[in-house]
Structure formats: structure tokens, C-alpha cells
Design a protein around this ligand. Structure first.
Ligand code: F6R
Length: 365
């Protein structure tokens, strides 16, 4: 079943180009537009929403962090993103003009399901982004936007996350074009960028040896930080979660600009920091953040786009992702972080596919 891979997690990391491709082709028309076949949301509905709520847990929540920025940018509507177990206990501002998006790989996460029911009770329109066809979340939603990642067996989610991101882009683009908040050229350009992703992810696998070598070098660290700005901040949270859940290393993610307001106190000689610097318009800011971190003696591994080499002057190591539009970079930037977490856990002899204390789907409160 593992098809020659040592673990399901590694197999699933490698299945991402296929999952992305599949999730895309199901939603693309031949004329280069997005279809929402099977989804009953009308143009009028989309124009009427005055708010979007994205609610999920864990990795799916991290996809929501990216989704918030993407949908706000494209559809010019305020988007709140929340953790399901928080949302359901605080009487959130949800009504008939709210689009509620639940994201869930399994479709069985109890908190997500309860949050969905609460939003439904308040009259929101429910669109879910789900991987398991016919799951509880899917059944109870008005509409379902499926991810086509295929079955995810490893407890640590990988291909579900990247396919959830694809759904965020497609929903943002669809809403934006329906509302007229994005130009046709932009719509076409982002779609073209999305279509190039499977090939670019495949290309990134060429760096697996370099990343495995980093894991060998750093696997004894007892704390690792992940920092980034904008879309990279969301990806930082996901990179950090991947590492801690399978390698049991204490990891922490924070928006890079927030470091100096407290957390930088923890930076010392030999602390390992992943600095994500894939956003062109925030690149210089990230270079300064890396300088601040380096001044405390920490080790920095940067993630940047090919061709943006300035960061080499301040970081200890750089992992390059293929050039792309800023919008779609999370799909690429997360790959090295998944691979790093995997090889660190392997070096440490951990039970990668079934980490201690964790279950694949959390059906208790
Ligand atoms: C992390 C992980 C969990 C899940 C979370 C939500 O790798 O797998 O954080 O993402 O439990 O699960 P779903 O998406 O099934 O609702």
C-alpha cells in the first residue's frame, strides 16, 4: 500500500502534485473558467454575503489562515478565520448574510461539525471544503467543495492541506470574478499559476536530499521557530505543527513582525529558525527580521523564491522554491517544511505515521 515508500507520510507528500492537479481539473472548464458544478450558491448569494467565516481545526485551520488573505484580497469581503472549538462557544456574529466555510479533511471532526451546526442555526450559508466524500460535514452542508487528495492515512496531514489551499484560491477567484472585484487578466493569471503548481511541486522534490541533510544536521535541536509575514505567516504555523506532531520537538510559529514584541527574548546561540521570505512585497522586511534574529546568534534557514538571493547574505542556509506569483507560494513553501519534519522525525526514530497521543480524526470534544 505504501508503494515503495517507507511511510505513508512520505508517500502522501509525494502525491501532492496529483492531488493538486485533480482538485483543479474538476473545477476548470475548457474555456479557462471555474465551474462550481453541484454547488447551488448563486451570483446573487455571492453578492449578498457581507462576511465570510472560515472555521476549522489544526492543519485545516492553517489552510484557513491562507484562505482569509486570499478571499479578502480577491473578493473584497471581510473574512474571519477561527478555530472550531473557540467559535462554537462564543456567540459569533453570524447571520443570513454570512458565508460559513468549514474546512475538514475527514469531515468528522466533532468541533468543526458542532461549529457548522451553530452557524447553520444562525442562518449562515454553509459551504464546506472536505476530502472524504459523504462524511458528516459534507452531508450537513448546503454545498461541498471537495478536495481530491485521495485517502490520507498518515496522521500528519500533508496533501489535504495543499489541496485545501487550491480550494481557497478557486473560491476566492470565483467570488472575485462574480462580484467584479478582480480583473479578468488577474483571474486568468492566477489560474495559469495554479495550473503550473503540480510541476513546480514535483521540481521541489529535487531538493529532498538537501532538506534531508538539514534534518540530519539539526534533528537534535530542542526548539525550532518558524517566522514569516503575510501568507508566509500562515505557512509558518503549518510548518511548526508538522514538526512538533511527528518529531516531538518544541516548535513555535509567529508573524515575523511580532517577534520583537517579546518572543525574540527566546532567541539564543544555536536556536533554529525557519524564515519564510516568499512574498516579494515583504521581502526586504523579512531580510531585516532575519538580521535581527542573526544578531542573537540563532541559525536561520530561509525559504525564498529562486532568483531572490539577497537573503543568502543574512541566512545560514536557503531553500529555494520555484518562482511564482506571491499568491500561490504557500503551496510551494510548505513542501520543504513537510519534508524537513518528516526527516527530522525519522532521524529521531519516531513513529511517523502514528505519532503518540494523536488520532487521525478527532471525534471527541
Ligand atoms: C495535523 C492534523 C490535524 C488535523 C485536524 C483537523 O497534521 O492532521 O491538525 O488537521 O485534526 O482534522 P480534519 O481536517 O479532519 O477536520
Amino acid at each position: 500500500e505504501k508503494e515503495g515508500y517507507e511511510h505513508f507520510m512520505l508517500k502522501e507528500i509525494h502525491e501532492q502534485p496529483k492531488g493538486i492537479q485533480e482538485t483543479l481539473v474538476r473545477r476548470l472548464n475548457e474555456d479557462g473558467t471555474i465551474n462550481l458544478d453541484g454547488i447551488s450558491m448563486t451570483k446573487e448569494d455571492i453578492e449578498n454575503f457581507d462576511k465570510v467565516y472560515i472555521v476549522a481545526c489544526g492543519t485545516a485551520y492553517h489552510a484557513g489562515l491562507v484562505g482569509k488573505l486570499v478571499i479578502e484580497k480577491m473578493a473584497r469581503v471581510p473574512v474571519e478565520v477561527d478555530i472550531a472549538s473557540e467559535f462554537r462557544y462564543r456567540d459569533p456574529f453570524v447571520d443570513e448574510k454570512t458565508l460559513f466555510i468549514a474546512i475538514s479533511q475527514s469531515g468528522e471532526t466533532l468541533d468543526t461539525l458542532a461549529a457548522l451546526r451553530e452557524a447553520k442555526r444562525k442562518g449562515a450559508r454553509i459551504l464546506s471544503v472536505v476530502n472524504v466524500v459523504g462524511s458528516s460535514v459534507a452531508r450537513e452542508s448546503d454545498d461541498v467543495f471537495y478536495t481530491w487528495a485521495g485517502p490520507e492515512i498518515a496522521v500528519a496531514s500533508t496533501k489535504a492541506y495543499t489541496t485545501q489551499l487550491i480550494c481557497m484560491y478557486l473560491i476566492g477567484l470565483y467570488m472575485g470574478s462574480t462580484k467584479g472585484t478582480i480583473e479578468k487578466d488577474y483571474y486568468t493569471q492566477v489560474l495559469e499559476e495554479l495550473k503550473l503548481l503540480p510541476e513546480k511541486v514535483e521540481k521541489l522534490f529535487g531538493e529532498e536530499d538537501q532538506i534531508a541533510a538539514l534534518a540530519k544536521k539539526y534533528h537534535r535541536k530542542d526548539q525550532v521557530f518558524y517566522v514569516g509575514r503575510g501568507l508566509d505567516s500562515g505557512v509558518s504555523y503549518e510548518g511548526s505543527l508538522k514538526l512538533k506532531e511527528i518529531s516531538y520537538i518544541n516548535s513555535f510559529a509567529i508573524a515575523a513582525g511580532e517577534l520583537k514584541h517579546g518572543t525574540i527574548a527566546l532567541m539564543e546561540e544555536e536556536t533554529l529558525v525557519f524564515a519564510l521570505a516568499t512574498q516579494d512585497f515583504l521581502y526586504e522586511k523579512m531580510v531585516s527580521n532575519v538580521e535581527e534574529i542573526k544578531a542573537r546568534g540563532a541559525r536561520v534557514v530561509a525559504i525564498a523564491k529562486e532568483g531572490r538571493t539577497e537573503i543568502e547574505q543574512v541566512a545560514d542556509e536557503v531553500i529555494y522554491i520555484p518562482p511564482c506569483m506571491d499568491e500561490v507560494s504557500p503551496v510551494l513553501a510548505v513542501i520543504p517544511l513537510q519534508i524537513f519534519a518528516y526527516y527530522v522525525a525519522k532521524e529521531r526514530g519516531c513513529n511517523i505515521d502514528k505519532p503518540k497521543n494523536l488520532a487521525k480524526s478527532v471525534t471527541v470534544e
